[in-house]
Structures are given as C-alpha cells and as structure tokens.
Ligand binder design. Structure first.
Ligand code: EPU
Length: 456
C-alpha cells in the first residue's frame, strides 16, 4: 500500500467536504447513531440514462448527492438533455432537445466513470450514433466491455474502435436479438434492456443478471411503456415498442451503502440505525451478519445494526451474483472480520482485483492473506472463473493507526471504517473517490461520533 507521500501542507479543517482528499482519523470510538440512505447509485445513474429513451420529461426522486450522479448529469447535459433540480433529491430529465455531443466533451464529462457505455442503446435509437470514450471506473480488474459491444452488434449496431474510444452507428432501426451473456453481468443486462425496449421485434436475453437494481430499472422501463417479462431461469424477454413515454419513479434504496454502515457498526463495536434500509434486498447480507454475531432489528423505517458486546465469529463467505453475497459488501465486512475470533475466508468470484484494499488493513495490524487462485466451494450459481481470489482473515487483531491510500470506492469506505476502529491516528489519502458513491459521508460520520479532520 502506498503511504501518503507527503504531509499535507494545507491547514487542517479548512477544507470543505467536497474538496477533501486526505482525512486524519482519530480512531478507537464506536460509531453510534442514525444515518439515512437514499437511492442506489447503481440504479439512479441507469434510470437517468433511461430518461433519454422518452419523448417527454421524466421525474426521478430519492436521488443522492454523489459524484456519479453529477457525472451522468454532465453527460446528459452534453447531449442537450436538460436536467433540473425540481425538489430536494428530485431531478426532472427532459430529453426533447437531445443531440450528439463532441467526443472531447463526452470524454471530459465521463471522467473515470463507466456509465457512457450505457448511453449507447438510447442514443442509437434517438440519434443513430453514439460515442464511448476510454472507460474508467474503479480499479478492480480489467472490467472489459466485450459483452456490451457483442450485444449492441447483435441488435445491428456498427462498432468502430479508434484511439479515442468507440464510435457506434445504427444505419437503420435496431432489431431485437437473441443475446446469451457468458456471465450474468449487471451492466450488460442493463445494456440489453435499454436497447431492446425500442428495438424492432423481440429480444431474448439469456443468463441475465437479476439484481434488485435491475428489477427497479425494469419497473422504470415498464412505466415508460416497455414490455418486459422476467422468466424464472435468468431469461428476460423484451418486446420492442416504437416509442416510450416519460416516467415518475422513486429510486430503490442503496443496499450497498446500507451494508457498509451495518459493517461499520460491527467493526467499531457500535450501533447504527440505517434509515431507508429494507430487509428483502439485504436478506443474504443479514444472514451473514447474523452468523458473524452481529445483531439487527428490522423496523418499518429502516434497520438497526449493532455489535452484540461479546465476541464475533468467523465465517466463510463467497461473493456471487444476486441473490448471492454481493461483491460490494465484502470490503466493509472484511474490516469487521478482523475483529472476529478465528479464521474467516472471503472468496471473491466477481472481480479479479478486489482485495487490493486489504494491504492497508495489514499495515494497520490485521492478519489477512490473499490467495490468488481462490478457494473453491461446493455450490455455485455460476461456473468457476479463472479470476477468483480468496482472503483468509485471522482475528481478532487490534488495529492501529497508519498512513494509507484509498484504492477504489468500496475499498475506500472500508479504509475509513478501519481507521475509525483503529487506536490512534490514521491519515487516509485519496478519499475524494469515496464521494462517487457515498452521500454526505463526512457529515454522517460526524453525526455518528467519529473524530477526524479533513485536509485538501
Ligand atoms: N464482464 C466482462 N465483460 C463485460 C462486462 C462484464 O467480462 O462486457 C465481467 C467483469 O469484468 C466482471 C463481471 O463480468 O468480472 C461482472 O461485471 P458486471 O458487468 O456485473 O459489473 P458492472 O455492471 O460493471 C455493476 C456495479 C458494480 C458492482 C457489479 C456487480 C454499477 C455502476 N456498477 O458493475 O458496483 O460491483 O455490478 O454487482 O452498477 C460499485 O458500486 O462500487 C461497483 C463496482
């Protein structure tokens, strides 16, 4: 793990939460109190793109203030879609003036986001062309887009790669296709949905992802006039329609943020009520939480998560596609598992580089070994893939402060929890990346009693 290269020279605490890139955390205190979670990053950004398919303005509510939403907003505005804040947490998205954007502008707005790939289907329908710059996103493996491009070609799009990115054209109306995904990819499933709804004829999508955010996107599209049926065997049938109308939709809650705070309560021996969290979409997480020894109470307005006061227990858990244990949940849970009595195994099956964050935890005193080839289990939803890895965590290990650097969004949140759990001061750099997916992080941490100061 790269240590912070130099002591920040700016005055501590003179920095606004939006500008903060380094945080000095004084750990060793439990997090206690309440946080609210709003709409899921991984739905909101896609629903914003779906508005492009309509002929009238759509209204999306429960929208969090996070950087990924700002990125999509910038991309929509670059395509002359007007995006207006009509109420707190509510956006009105008007696609009536949509037009092509210059690739340099798309590139500038996209930043490190992977969202531009999902603009392809809607833009091909509306304008007959689309452009995807070189894609970023979190550094958690190769994150290829071959499934997306293969699906778009199956609909009849022409795909041309250039040094700046990928140019796509639809010489005539896209047509429905039979698409079988090699892996139930979330993004590729969304790609097919956003393209098939207005393609001519029927699309059969085999081996689709069925994450709750995808079901919420399907609800958005159905409100717009799409005809989509979800079969029992990961098959989705989409009957294309000629045009789509607007939607009014309240985004599903962010289950990744909810799980992050739940793990934070466990790691810090605290108690956090997560307002807005719902049981159904966290069921698999809750089972693991309970096995580790965490306690929770489901209430009508949210879920209270707490450390039981005694010892935590080790677990063996494998990340998986829905309804399995999400890959985005493992990082904060690994921090909690450093405090469990015995050996836990977390087997990552979705991405190939999602244990980079553990190096910082080791610097803080954790005992974690990453096995590059993973540890196979008996029951699998999808066939084993060569990218799998496993982390073996031996606890309990008291954590101590260290200078650490955030590698990616979820790893970043786990570093913050680790720093709050650790005795002494930790200096965590590159924290700006966490605002891609966590709304009002610093305000929430302060409200839970964390002690820290932000630096530029
Ligand atoms: N894959 C390919 N080719 C493709 C697409 C995916 O090989 O064309 C592979 C990936 O490399 C990976 C696997 O398929 O090994 C799964 O990727 P998937 O497409 O499902 O992920 P994604 O759509 O890029 C979304 C979330 C991720 C979340 C995953 C899994 C968004 C913006 N991102 O990514 O969230 O981890 O699904 O649920 O929705 C996060 O929020 O921090 C985050 C990374």
């Amino acid at each position: 793990m790269n240590p912070v290269s130099a002591t920040p020279t700016t005055t501590p605490a003179a920095v606004s939460p939006e500008q903060a890139d380094v945080v000095a955390v004084h750990g060793g205190k439990p997090l206690v109190g309440e946080v609210g979670v709003r709409g899921a990053k991984n739905l909101v950004t896609k629903a914003m793109v779906a508005a492009l398919l309509a002929d009238e303005p759509s209204v999306l509510s429960n929208v969090p203030v996070i950087r990924d939403v700002a990125v999509v907003r910038g991309l929509l505005e670059a395509h002359a879609v007007s995006v207006t804040d009509t109420a707190p947490g509510e956006l009105t998205l008007d696609p009536r003036g949509v037009k092509s954007a210059h690739f340099a502008e798309i590139d500038a707005h996209a930043g490190s986001s992977r969202i531009p790939i999902l603009f392809c289907g809607p833009l091909l329908h509306q304008l007959g062309e689309a452009f995807v710059p070189d894609l970023g996103g979190c550094h958690i493996g190769d994150r290829p887009i071959n499934f997306h491009l293969d699906a778009l070609r199956a609909f009849g799009a022409e795909v041309e790669k250039s040094p700046d990115g990928i140019a796509l054209r639809a010489p005539k109306r896209l047509t429905g296709a039979k698409v079988e995904l090699p892996y139930p990819s979330v993004g590729a499933t969304e790609q097919v949905l956003l393209t098939a709804v207005r393609a001519k004829g029927v699309t059969e999508l085999i081996n689709a992802a069925v994450e709750p955010e995808i079901m919420d996107l399907i609800q958005v599209l159905q409100k717009m006039g799409a005809i989509i049926s979800v079969e029992t065997n990961r098959t989705i049938l989409i009957e294309g329609v000629d045009s789509l109308g607007p939607y009014e939709h309240k985004a599903i809650f962010d289950r990744n943020e909810a799980a992050s705070w739940a793990a934070a309560a466990l790691a810090t021996r605290g108690n956090i009520f997560v307002r807005g969290a719902e049981q159904l979409d966290l069921m698999t997480f809750l089972n693991v939480y309970r096995k580790v020894g965490g306690e929770f109470t489901v209430k009508p307005e949210g879920i209270e998560f707490r450390h039981p006061g005694g010892e935590l227990h080790p677990v063996v858990v494998e990340t998986d596609v829905h309804p399995g244990f999400m890959t985005d949940w493992q990082q904060p849970m690994v921090v909690a598992l450093t405090q469990a009595q015995g050996q836990s195994i977390v087997h990552e099956t979705v991405y190939e580089k999602r244990f980079g964050f553990t190096e910082a935890l080791v610097d803080m005193g954790a005992r974690i070994e990453v096995h590059k080839e993973g540890i196979a289990s008996i029951t699998r939803r999808v066939p084993r893939r060569p990218l799998e890895q496993a982390a073996v965590i031996t606890g309990p290990t008291p954590l101590h402060g260290a200078n650490i650097r955030v590698p990616d969004l979820r790893g970043g949140f786990s570093h913050i929890i680790a720093a709050v759990t650790a005795e002494g001061e930790s200096v965590v750099s590159n924290v700006g990346i966490i605002s891609r997916g966590y709304e009002h992080l610093w305000e929430k941490l302060e409200g839970l009693g964390a002690s820290f100061e932000l630096r530029g």
